[in-house]
Design a protein around this ligand. Structure first.
Ligand SMILES: NC(=O)c1ccc[n+]([C@@H]2O[C@H](COP(=O)([O-])OP(=O)(O)OC[C@H]3O[C@@H](n4cnc5c(N)ncnc54)[C@H](O)[C@@H]3O)[C@@H](O)[C@H]2O)c1
Length: 570
């Protein structure tokens, strides 16, 4: 299989009697794509049946017409194209087809083919007998001709053996192949942005794709753009999704974007149901998961239907958990609408609900099929939520990307005013950093994902000490980042100028860098219970430089206490 191909179409080939046209038509229906049969096009163009063209004008003329029809067909997008059984033998046709689509060959034994063609002729005696049957020993003729084409059929991307399958089963197999193979050739996706690439060029001409998350269980694009919601249906169809979409959202977000999303999905040919939950962290629990299961049962949701999480991180975690568990897993889409969700929660497949004894205690790793972030939705996000989200963006820059730090520093005003182009670039870059990290450590087993916890050790201490009521997560992370940088400085890892630089950036984005009125022992107690401990030692994510992290498990308690004292306002 060629590795540089762009998949825009799906091509079905195979010998006569393998069901190419019927299968292609059914696959097109299943994918919600267009359908085209090159033989039918030739008949339409010439006004003559194929057998007559062969008889009157010769095979040479037919192949010429076929070549021209294939050339035109290859200019289509999202089309399932059934081609004649001999078309692929022509190198010019093959090259063109292989460049623009996945080629699937339908296979059958000569005996099966003979039987099918014979039955077809008996059932519709009014149609002209196929040339293959119009000779003394049709089975032998089928065997010979098929053998001569076999090397070309072997050159395709995927083969489906059809002897024991009906048309629908073959179509299902083709769709399955398409789902598997498109991961090897995502449509118009760029690889993860390289570290050297300039921010300015990052989003140009790349079809809204900020990055691709590549894990062992799923590879999926993260689309980031302004006004991108309108393309949701189109992107889902490109990802070969079809069926009923269940939108899960919270009351705030649904009242703003629910009907728009429903319309967009319906226009793209999806059936739509919506389930709306109350906003807030209290909703992220098993009770609401069960309510959603009940809704899906009531609406007879099937395994290939789609869950759409429309909202902030709370909705993403809850809807993703339902998608991971209902019918042992359904396809799902993240449509994040908060800044935290766009750059963090929607990427990486961590889904879950809270338990009365702790946050996120019940969950799974279950990757979405795609993420689509429309930055315009941030215009309605409450200011405090927005500011909190910038903490995660700054965190991503601080741990891995000094160039991104400079970009944020130079554009604070325009970013906080949500200027579309810059906002899109910042979110795309931040999402790409998260994607890069989770792609290397999907299930948080190899320690690489730990670096995302920069600022989080102290943050969790602050949140737990205040019963998760006082700080938004990003606010606590901002203070935690200041603490981690100060700790890095105490350990001789980071110059004071870098500590100040980070602090200044956080403040410019309106984030807190100190706290007041808290008992330090409450905080340290919560930190020791923090889930990021390994064999009782806290694994501190620290900075060696701006854009360069290091993990240390040997940080003296006294230094932590001293830093907490510095962070505490009198
Ligand atoms: N899965 C992960 O990897 C991951 C990572 C980080 C956070 N999280 C989870 O994400 C949640 C926090 O996410 P969050 O900060 O988005 O909280 P959230 O989902 O509760 O959203 C915050 C508030 O903003 C509202 N909102 C969201 N988008 C809006 C919009 N465009 N316009 C108007 N209002 C809008 C919501 O209704 C809510 O009231 C937590 O549950 C946290 O555990 C998960």
């Amino acid at each position: 299989m060629k590795l540089d191909k762009r998949i825009t179409n799906l091509i079905i080939t195979g010998f006569s009697g393998t069901g190419k046209s019927l299968v292609a038509e059914e696959v097109a229906r299943g994918l919600n794509w267009d359908f085209l049969d090159t033989d039918d096009e030739i008949v339409k163009e010439t006004g003559k049946p194929i057998a007559e063209i062969f008889r009157q004008d010769g095979e040479g003329k037919f192949r010429e017409l076929e070549r021209e029809t294939i050339r035109k067909a290859c200019q289509q997008r999202q089309t399932v194209i059934a081609i004649g059984g001999g078309a692929i033998v022509d190198p010019q046709n093959y090259e063109l087809l292989a460049k623009t689509g996945l080629i699937v060959c339908l296979e059958a034994k000569p005996e099966t083919i003979y039987e099918r063609l014979f039955r077809e002729a008996a059932c519709s005696p009014e149609t002209e007998v196929r040339p293959l049957l119009a000779n003394d020993n049709p089975l032998e003729r089928i065997k010979q001709l098929k053998a001569s084409r076999q090397p070309y059929y072997a050159n395709v991307d995927w083969t489906v053996h059809t002897d024991n399958l009906n048309i629908s089963q073959v179509a299902e197999e083709v769709i399955r192949a398409w789902r598997l193979l498109r991961l090897a050739h995502p449509p118009h996706l760029n690889p993860l942005p390289s570290r050297e690439r300039k921010l300015g060029s990052q989003l140009k001409a790349n079809d809204d794709v900020a990055c691709v998350v590549e894990t062992t269980t799923q590879s999926y694009p993260v689309f980031v753009g302004y006004d991108l919601l309108d393309k949701l249906g189109e992107k889902m169809k490109q990802a070969a999704l079809s069926g009923t979409a269940t939108v899960i959202s919270d009351e705030n977000v649904f009242s703003l974007y629910g009907s728009k999303v429903e319309e967009i999905l319906k226009d793209a040919g999806f059936a739509v149901n919506s389930f709306v939950v109350p906003p807030g962290e209290e909703t992220k629990n098993m009770d609401y998961a069960t309510k959603i299961y009940d809704f899906l049962v009531e609406h007879r949701a099937e395994r290939d239907d789609i869950i759409i999480a429309l909202g902030g991180g709370m909705v993403g975690d809850l809807a993703g958990f339902v998608a991971a568990t209902f019918l042992r897993g359904m396809p799902w889409i993240q449509v994040p609408t908060s800044l935290v969700a766009m750059v963090d929660a929607s990427i990486g497949g961590k889904v879950g609900v809270n338990h009365p004894e702790g946050k996120n205690l019940i969950g799974a790793f279950y990757q979405p099929n795609l993420v689509l972030a429309d930055c315009q939705t941030l215009t309605t996000l409450p200011q405090r939520e927005l500011t909190s989200g910038w903490a995660e963006v700054i965190k991503h820059s601080m741990i891995l990307d000094e160039e991104f730090v400079q970009f944020l520093e130079s554009n604070v005003d325009r970013l906080t005013k949500l200027e579309p182009e810059l906002l899109t670039r910042a979110i795309a870059r931040s999402a790409a950093i998260k994607a890069q990290v989770v792609s290397q450590d999907e299930k948080e087993r190899e320690g690489k994902r730990t670096i995302l916890n920069y600022g989080h050790t102290i943050a969790h201490g602050l949140e737990a000490a205040t019963q998760y009521k006082r700080f938004l997560h990003g606010e606590a992370v901002a203070i935690g980042m200041v603490g981690a940088a100060k700790l890095s400085q105490r350990l001789g890892l980071l110059p004071s100028a870098a500590v100040e630089r980070q602090q200044a950036l956080l403040q410019k984005f309106g984030l807190p860098t100190v706290f007041s009125g808290l008992d330090l022992t409450e905080i340290t107690k919560a930190m020791e219970l923090d889930k990021k401990t390994k064999e009782k030692a806290i694994r501190w994510v620290l900075l060696q430089d701006i854009g360069k992290v290091i993990i240390r498990s040997d940080v003296p308690y006294q230094d932590v206490l001293a830093v907490l004292r510095e962070l505490a306002e009198p």
